[in-house]
Design a protein. Structure first.
Length: 626
């Protein structure tokens, strides 16, 4: 079991075994005197309840109020809030929420019983009503109050619940308050093996003694229904700060097939409900988990911190706020419905849907390379806002399998792609997908943008005879004859060097920046002979590459250049792939090798043709060489 904790501090327990002062506000005093109630509590063994035998109307409310021994506003931390357990038995007997000058249920906060800040938190038409019952409501006292008694509160000495009722209820004590706590509202998990069900068990613990997943009884001696993360008949209700790991303690957390509702907290602030993944050593894996925001203010933000490892697979995020990811994040098959800005942070994103993002931009990336890490995903416009924003320094990139739906070709504030780069040239190669085929589909902040559509994928898989994928196999695939659109053993006119930049004069080479070539025939530069080199095109007859040679500034020999379609190491699935446009079919040949690390494998042969419409997909079968 993992370890769970909270930052909440108790102001009042409302229990008979503690000495506390309970009263009514002066302008909400038509109920009975609050008294111990050991029959209708939500936490501990008692609450404070009152009779409500008279009709409130709009001017005679009732209240159950705790009077603290000192003003809690002294030394108050901005961003913290009060968490109040509040009860009214007959929800249909309350006035509706927000009647301009009053509300069915309110939280009052003040430094005396007369001048009170009042925050509207409930009514017959919201939250747990019209059914009635216990409700944990949260109020940030630094927010602007909805209304006041007298001149309003100047401190936090009195905290209580105010009820505006339609009819008198002569029996029982239908209005009550239980534990009142304050803090950021953080509930955290550290260690190994955590789950949402354990987190809810910790949150709802009310048996006394040591709560599950803790090493002490420091949280109200094990009686601490916190109201932060509770089990609601198969779903979870969450509010506050959900911290996966702490600054000094990591977490390994994995859960699946759960539904989490983000509580409506209108008396807080936009970032109040938030998930943070902390500590670089933390690992969080969520599979098929659904998050849905119930409110419109604190909708639920997510931030990965310290480059922790996060894997989100098949999850759904609905109506939430902003997301900040980082380079150790993998997001596969997730759906973001009506969410705020998503900052990818170089996350690996595949097969996701970004549906009707609510911000000026749905997804933003810090560089063209980060944008290329989003593959096989769909962007759906809500009628305003750009889909994918690319910032940073101008560079070429390939977008693979992206679908853009509902974006404008004329309105800059609603383009599929926004290249937010002011200078330079950005060549966007489109491989698969739809919705971006012309430069008119792209907004630019000043950089020259060229959309190159029609790219195809070239992919090689390395595998053993039994079909097992081979990771870290070297793949080399090059032009095999001169019938294709790219060079095959073409003689270059010259190569000259200036510092570490070599310039190749190669008539009508037909290649693009970031393409790769294979040079041979150099007699005086062993560093660059028989080497695969990535090029930068500077003209129809020239391109450059970076060299480590420090000898003469000219190259000698009969130097030949051949286009390389694919070169690199396979991933964990045994696959290496890339995309570009082929104007016609390109015959290719090559191999896969693994000769420097165990298991050592014999060379696997590759031969075929890159189809200008369908690309190339080949498998090299490799045999043991040990």
């Amino acid at each position: 079991m993992a370890t769970y904790s909270t930052d909440l501090t108790t102001a009042a327990l409302a229990d008979s075994d503690v000495t506390e002062s309970w009263t009514e506000f002066a302008s909400a005093n038509t109920g009975g005197t609050p008294a111990d109630d050991d029959e209708n509590f939500i936490q501990g063994v008692n609450c404070q309840s009152q009779t409500t035998g008279t009709k409130s109307g709009t001017s005679n409310p009732k209240s159950v109020v705790y009077q603290h021994g000192s003003d809690l506003s002294s030394g108050w931390t901005s961003g913290h809030a009060f968490f109040v357990w509040q009860f009214y038995a007959v929800g249909s007997n309350l006035y509706d929420y927000d009647q301009t000058t009053y509300s069915g249920l309110e939280i009052g906060i003040s430094n005396d019983s007369t001048n009170v800040d009042r925050f509207f938190v409930g009514g017959a038409n919201v939250r747990r009503n019209p059914y009635g019952g216990w409700d944990n409501v949260v109020v940030d006292p630094e927010q602007t109050a909805d209304t006041t008694y007298g001149t309003g509160g100047a401190g936090y000495t009195y905290i209580g619940s105010i009820a505006y009722t339609i009819n008198a209820i002569s029996k029982g004590t239908p209005h009550a308050v239980d534990a009142i706590r304050y803090g950021r509202g953080e509930i955290s998990v550290t260690g190994t093996g955590g789950s949402f069900s354990e987190l809810a068990s910790y949150n709802d613990y009310n048996a006394g003694g040591t709560p599950p997943g803790t090493s002490s009884t420091s949280v109200d001696s094990g009686r601490h229904r916190l109201g932060l993360f509770s089990d609601q008949n198969g779903t979870y209700l969450w509010k506050g700060m959900l911290a996966f790991g702490l600054t000094g303690s990591s977490v390994t957390f994995s859960d699946s097939n759960e539904t989490i509702l983000i509580d409506d907290c209108p008396k807080t602030y936009a970032a109040f409900n938030k998930i943070e993944v902390r500590n670089a050593s933390s690992s969080v894996t969520l599979t098929n988990v659904t998050f849905t925001a119930l409110g419109t203010l604190a909708k639920g933000n997510w931030e990965n911190m310290a480059d922790a490892t996060v894997a989100l697979d098949g999850c759904s995020f609905n109506g939430m706020g902003t997301f900040i990811f980082d380079s150790n994040t993998t997001i596969d098959g997730c759906i973001y419905n009506s969410c705020g800005l998503i900052t990818t942070g170089n996350a690996d994103i595949d097969s996701c849907v970004f549906n009707q993002g609510t911000g000026a931009v749905a997804v933003t990336t810090a560089s063209p390379a980060e944008a290329a890490n989003i593959t096989n995903s769909e962007f759906i416009s809500d009628g305003t806002g750009n889909g994918l924003e690319i910032t940073g320094t101008a560079a070429d990139l390939t977008l693979t399998g992206l679908i853009f739906t509902g974006y404008s070709t004329t309105v800059d504030a609603n383009k599929a792609i926004y290249v937010n780069i002011s200078t330079g040239t950005v060549n966007i190669t489109i491989s698969g997908g739809s919705g971006v085929t012309l430069s008119s589909h792209v907004r630019t902040a000043g950089a020259t943008v060229n959309v190159i559509s029609g790219a195809v994928t070239v992919q090689v898989k390395a595998a053993l005879k039994a079909g097992t994928a081979v990771e870290s196999a070297r793949v080399f695939l090059k032009a095999s004859d001169g019938t294709g659109p790219f060079p095959f053993e073409e003689t270059v006119t010259s190569i000259t060097r200036s510092t570490t930049t070599a310039t190749v004069t190669h008539t009508a080479h037909g290649m693009a920046s970031n393409d790769k070539i294979y040079l041979e025939g150099i007699t005086d530069k062993t560093e660059d002979n028989w080497r695969v080199i990535q090029i930068t095109v500077t003209g129809v007859n020239t391109y450059t590459f970076t060299t480590t040679d420090s000898g003469s500034t000219s190259y000698t020999g009969t130097i030949k250049s051949t286009f390389v379609a694919l070169n690199g190491l396979t991933n964990a699935s045994g696959i290496l792939s890339t995309s570009r446009v082929y104007s016609s079919n390109q015959p290719v040949t090559g191999w896969t090798r693994k000769s420097t690390s165990s298991p050592l494998l014999q060379e696997g042969v590759l031969v075929g043709e890159v189809d200008s419409t369908n690309g190339f997909s080949g498998t090299a079968v490799m045999l043991s060489d040990e």
